[in-house]
Each structure stands twice: as structure tokens, then as C-alpha cells.
Design a protein around this ligand. Structure first.
Ligand SMILES: NC(=O)c1ccc[n+]([C@@H]2O[C@H](COP(=O)([O-])OP(=O)(O)OC[C@H]3O[C@@H](n4cnc5c(N)ncnc54)[C@H](OP(=O)(O)O)[C@@H]3O)[C@@H](O)[C@H]2O)c1
Length: 324
């Protein structure tokens, strides 16, 4: 049984640690916050044995095998490298780093340490997403030629909130955009060209984007994301002979509409246990137990490919983070 500590115990860690109870092969035993009262409250809520407000003390605790990191994006690599150098395996929330260069630095450290280091991109571990992609690619829909994916919600207006703060790599791309960009990356690979508009807000973060990605084989992907307006959070894959529309939230779906040929539109309901984060937790536990350095569902090469696409969008449309 792999013993885990949670680091960066905000909104996401709360969801993840609760959902991990549906997973196998590991359990959370500790939490770290920069504030002892918050660490204690989190530990009490999730029935964890230990709570820390000293990161070095957490890393020195031999009962902890692995660390789950859900701090703001800018803290991921520093905390993950410190954990690796202390001999801990790491599972790092998406995006694993703020850019591809930082992600490479992290993966090189993990390789040097010979330890597991995994980006926690839950969609790639989701059995329903994987099944739908497999069916879509099987020829059922004919040659795949188009995708449409979006993700939007209204972020808190507070200018200090991490999503509005460029110093914390806030903005829509790294929190939301990464998901609708993942689908065409999975389907069509690297785009030849990217057209569109990205709106940069007064704080300097990207607030919303509408992009058209074009591929060497003639395929197109339409991608929208926003932290200033809600969106249906659906995704459609279209082929020459049909289409499938994954229902909200499509990046952790449990339902889809299919139309194959001229047939009737059919609803398909899928079983999804918990909220869906535990699938990557179980995969991480299995990989660590085997001595693997990452999970095959979302390799470090996959993670770097995604980071490079995010970098490319920022190079072409902005923004550049102040610390880069
Ligand atoms: N996979 C998913 O579905 C999903 C969903 C949402 C978010 N995420 C990812 O999870 C990460 C956290 O997002 P969130 O929404 O949970 O953020 P959040 O609610 O702001 O929580 C982040 C926590 O990190 C700590 N923290 C804040 N500033 C820090 C700093 N400068 N250095 C170190 N620690 C700091 C804080 O805890 P203490 O003050 O107690 O130390 C805070 O509660 C992001 O990278 C995001 O992309 C993933």
C-alpha cells in the first residue's frame, strides 16, 4: 500500500483525496499546508494521521512514499523536485509545469533520481474517454476529420485569485484550455497552423480563446475556452460516416450521443465510479509498485507534447508570464 501526502490543499486536493477512496493500492496519510490550522483541518476532514506546516519535515517523514501536488501551477516543479530529491514519488496536478522547459527539468530530475513522476491529467486515465476515443478511431465513424471541444466557467472576480494572477501563471489556457486542446492532440497530433483570437484581460492573463487548429491531413479542430463565461463543456468528434458528442463535462464523461451513418441518434450512458480522479490514483499506485517511472496512459512524452502545444499558443497569441 503506497502512503501519500497531499501538498497544496485547496479546492482540487480536497476533491482528489476524497475521490482517492474509490482507488486501490494507496492511501493518503498526511497533508501539508503553509498554515498549520489549515493542515490540521484538512487532516481531520479526510481522517489523515499527520498534518504539517513544514515542507522539509513532511519530506523527512519516512512513512510517506509519495506526494500529490495540487498547489498553484508555478509551485509544481519546485515542490516536485524537492520531493524527488527527498526520495518521494510524485503525482503533480496539471499542468505539470508552466512551460515545456520547466517540465523537461522536472522529468530529467525524476530520471536522475530513478523515481516515479507523473502529470495528473485525469482525462487520459478516464475509462469512458478512452473507450469513446477507441470506438471513434476504430473506423465506426469513418475517417475522422473534425473535432469541436470547449471548456468555460466564470472564475472568481477577485484580482488576487490565482486564476487572475499572472505571477501564478493564471489564465484560461493552463487551467481550462489544456483540456479542449488535449482532444485534437489525441486525435490528430500536432497542428500545421493555429488561427484565432485570445483575449488578454486587464491583469495580463488570457481570459478566453477561440482557436481553429489545422492539420496536415486536412483535419480541423475548433477549440474554445474561457474563465469569463460558461460553456456547454461538450466535445464532438466527427468522421466521414458519423459523429459522437461527449456530454458535460466531456473530459470526465459518463454519457455520449452517437450518430452512425444515417441511423438514429442514440444516447449511451457509461458507468463512472466516483468523480473520476481515482482512476489516475490507482494507475499511479500500480506504476509505483512496479517500479515504473510514469504511467503508460499519459507518459512524460505525452505530457511534454501537450506542454509544447501550450507554449506554442502563448508564443503565437500571448501572454508571456512575467517570470519567464
Ligand atoms: N485535475 C483537475 O480536475 C483540476 C481541477 C482544478 C484544479 N486543478 C489543478 O490543481 C492545482 C490547484 O488548483 P486549485 O484550484 O486547487 O487551487 P487552490 O484552491 O488555490 O489551492 C491551491 C493551494 O496551494 C497552496 N498555495 C497557494 N499559493 C501557493 C504558493 N504561492 N506556493 C505554494 N502553495 C501555495 C494553498 O494552500 P495553503 O495556503 O494551505 O498552503 C492553496 O490552498 C492547479 O495547478 C490546477 O490546475 C486540477
Amino acid at each position: 500500500m503506497i502512503q501519500w501526502a497531499a501538498v497544496g490543499i485547496g479546492h482540487m486536493a480536497d476533491l482528489f483525496v476524497a475521490d482517492a477512496q474509490h482507488g486501490q493500492g494507496g492511501r493518503f496519510i498526511a497533508a501539508y499546508s503553509r498554515n498549520k490550522e489549515r493542515a490540521d483541518a484538512f487532516a481531520q476532514k479526510h481522517k489523515l494521521e499527520h498534518s504539517h506546516d513544514d515542507f522539509d519535515a513532511l519530506l523527512a517523514d519516512d512513512s510517506i512514499d509519495a506526494v500529490y501536488i495540487a498547489s498553484p501551477h508555478t509551485a509544481h516543479v519546485g515542490q516536485a523536485i524537492a520531493a524527488l530529491e527527498a526520495g518521494k514519488a510524485v503525482l503533480v496536478e496539471k499542468p505539470v509545469a508552466v512551460n515545456a522547459m520547466e517540465a523537461e527539468r522536472l522529468y530529467q530530475t525524476a530520471e536522475r533520481c530513478g523515481l516515479f513522476c507523473q502529470e495528473a491529467l485525469w482525462t487520459r486515465f478516464n475509462p469512458v474517454y478512452r473507450t469513446i476515443l477507441e470506438q471513434a478511431r476504430s473506423g465506426l465513424l469513418g475517417r475522422l476529420c473534425h473535432s469541436h471541444s470547449n471548456f468555460g466557467f466564470v472564475a472568481p472576480a477577485d484580482p488576487a485569485h490565482r486564476l487572475n494572477n499572472p505571477e501564478l501563471a493564471g489564465g484560461a489556457l493552463l487551467d481550462m484550455g489544456l483540456y479542449p486542446l488535449l482532444l485534437p492532440l489525441d486525435l490528430f497530433g500536432e497542428p500545421d497552423s493555429i488561427d484565432g483570437r485570445v483575449s488578454i484581460g486587464s491583469s495580463g492573463v488570457d481570459e478566453s480563446a477561440d482557436l481553429v487548429l489545422s492539420y496536415p491531413g486536412g483535419q480541423r479542430a475548433v477549440v474554445s475556452y474561457s474563465l469569463r463565461n460558461v460553456m456547454p463543456n461538450q466535445a464532438t468528434i466527427s468522421g466521414m460516416d458519423g459523429w459522437v458528442e461527449m456530454q458535460s463535462p466531456w473530459f470526465a464523461p459518463n454519457a455520449a450521443r452517437w450518430q452512425v451513418g444515417q441511423g438514429a441518434v442514440r444516447w449511451e450512458q457509461y458507468e463512472l465510479i466516483g468523480r473520476g480522479w481515482h482512476y489516475e490514483f490507482t494507475a499511479a499506485n500500480q506504476a509505483i509498485a512496479r517500479g515504473d517511472l510514469f504511467c503508460k496512459e499519459h507518459s512524460q512524452a505525452d505530457s511534454l507534447r501537450l506542454m509544447r502545444l501550450l507554449d506554442r499558443i502563448r508564443t503565437e497569441f500571448g501572454p508571456r508570464y512575467p517570470f519567464e
